[in-house]
Write a new protein. Structure first.
Length: 184
């Protein structure tokens, strides 16, 4: 069928938004590399196939909707208790969801081709707005892409435990893989 020019809605009904973290420090082997899925998010994409510069994207994420889906590595498997503890730390110590319940992205420039594009935009996390560039691919009916976020650039102190011996790496990868639902 293929994607045509127009406005589309984005969200968990049609795709996935995932954050991948890795660990560092002397105690890294005790921790896990995490795959965290954002379960509540929505957005809108306006696509101009003939002129990608005429395209735009906005996405809003519920910062309290991060769920740990997988933990790889580590001395022992990730338990449900570990998942709950990670979510609590993520909400309270990393994202400060009580003060910053929403994460937003607004594109400022789209370039490239329909098949392989770059989206430059402003990402707001914990009340700090900074520019990011997403790399993406448009296939027959899916949009896929990623961006690496350096947490400290947003003033986020990467989570650490055991007096700093186990740390979440400063770089986290954000991946998206979504279909586009016809909008207005």
């Amino acid at each position: 069928m293929g994607i045509t020019s127009g406005s589309y809605t984005l969200g968990p009904e049609s795709g996935r938004l995932v954050v991948d973290t890795t660990r560092s420090g002397l105690g890294a082997k005790a921790g896990h590399d995490l795959t965290i899925e954002v379960t509540r998010w929505h957005g809108e994409a306006t696509i101009d196939i003939a002129d990608p510069a005429g395209s735009s994207v906005t996405v809003e994420v519920d910062a309290g909707s991060f769920e740990v889906r997988e933990g790889t590595g580590g001395v022992k498997p990730l338990t449900d208790s570990d998942r709950r503890e990670i979510k609590k730390n993520l909400q309270e110590k990393v994202l400060h969801v009580d003060r910053h319940p929403t994460i937003t992205f607004r594109s400022t420039r789209v370039s490239g081709t329909a098949e392989s594009f770059r989206i430059e935009g402003d990402l707001t996390v914990v009340g700090v707005t900074r520019p990011v560039t997403l790399q993406g691919l448009l296939t027959e009916d899916r949009v896929r892409g990623s961006v690496t976020i350096v947490q400290t650039e947003w003033g986020i102190r990467p989570y650490s435990a055991f007096f700093g011996a186990l740390k979440v790496s400063d770089d986290v990868a954000v991946r998206f893989d979504t279909g586009l639902l016809s909008g207005r």
